[in-house]
Design a binder for this molecule. Structure first.
Ligand code: 13P
Ligand code: G3H
Ligand code: NA
Ligand code: ZN
Length: 308
């Protein structure tokens, strides 16, 4: 069943979180939908503007549509991740998404409000939910890089005014995570005090955690053992941090880096061990299985197994 993120968050608030996974190609979509069907877990499949340019938006949405027929028992939302007006308005007009994110977090507060408000007005007219962002995450995300000096935590003093003025349906906050494989390089971790302050001011309102990958140490080690040169300070969000964040209102946790690392691990190991092979479908099959196993673990960790 295709739902809006608002509907999904209404069910999960403070009890479990929903993984929001970025997809770029077919094997990921199979892995995600088959895991969700097996676990009976709700999920959010999301595409960035970069993914839409890479695969073509029609291709991506058609594959997602096909997956929902191949795996008919799943409960999910289709979300545009880190959208700007051009992509969002195009998507609202053409349809296919039940939720969009307007990322105007790099703008000053007033400008962020103004841009978000316009997207909310147009999206709500078509029953599409809107995620907005306040605060700036560091890290590398598709073709956008933000260095630590230009990132900042969400200011809890601003969240009520922002949500009231924009009428957004969920709020992405910057509480210490960053995008990519090198979160917490300085050793700091999730800022629970800030998260608590935000939830106190927005009780019951769905919060979104970007940069939610775990950057599994074993996966990083296997990539490097198979010829990769990832830096050893690669680090992500820890499992106990996830468990602690859910009762504090985190409803949606974004994951992109972890599944990219899985793809890299599978393919590096495969071509290291089978240098005479050249069929993409053989490592592709291994990848789909690894992806599914990864998602089954995430559903358990986020508490959403059996909740679809
Ligand atoms: P990761 O880099 O932790 O996977 O975060 C992804 C993300 O926030 C996508 O919006
Ligand atoms: O925001 C979505 C991007 O695909 C995330 O990319 O995994 O490099 O952070 P990332
Ligand atoms: Na998002
Ligand atoms: Zn993000």
């Amino acid at each position: 069943m295709l739902l809006t993120t608002t509907q999904l968050f209404h069910q999960c608030y403070s009890r479990y979180a929903i993984p929001a996974v970025n997809v770029f190609f077919m094997e990921e979509i199979h892995g995600l939908f088959s895991a969700a069907q097996e676990a009976n877990a709700p999920f959010i499949v999301q595409t960035t503007p970069f993914a839409r340019d890479y695969a073509n938006a029609d291709m991506l949405l058609s594959m997602i549509g096909a997956a929902s027929r191949i795996y008919p028992d799943v409960t999910f939302a289709i979300h545009m991740d880190h959208g700007f007006e051009a992509h969002i308005f195009d998507a609202i007009e053409k349809g296919g998404y039940t939720s969009v994110m307007i990322d105007a977090s790099h703008d000053p507060f007033e400008k962020n409000v103004e841009r978000t408000r316009e997207v909310v007005t147009r999206a709500h007219a078509k029953n599409i939910s809107v995620e907005a962002e306040l605060g700036v995450l560091a890290g590398v995300e598709d073709d956008l890089a933000v260095d630590a000096a230009h990132s900042f935590y969400t200011n809890p003093q601003q969240v009520e005014d922002f949500v009231k003025a924009t009428d957004c349906d969920s709020l992405a906050i910057a509480v210490g995570t960053s995008h990519g494989a090198y979160k917490f390089s300085g050793g700091q971790g999730l800022q629970f005090q800030i998260l608590e302050e935000i939830q106190k001011r927005l009780p019951g309102f769905p919060l979104v955690l970007h940069g939610g990958s775990n950057v599994i140490p074993e996966v990083v080690e296997r990539i490097n053992a198979a010829g990769g040169t990832l830096k050893t300070d690669a680090k992500g969000v820890q499992e106990d941090e996830i468990r602690q964040a859910i009762p504090l209102g985190i409803c949606k946790i974004n994951i992109a880096t972890d599944t990219r690392l899985l793809w890299t691990m599978v393919n590096r190991e495969f071509f290291r061990d089978k240098p005479d092979e050249f069929a993409p479908t053989t490592p592709g099959k291994i990848f789909m299985e690894e992806y599914k196993k990864f998602m089954l673990k995430k559903f358990d960790l986020f508490g959403c197994t059996g909740k679809a």
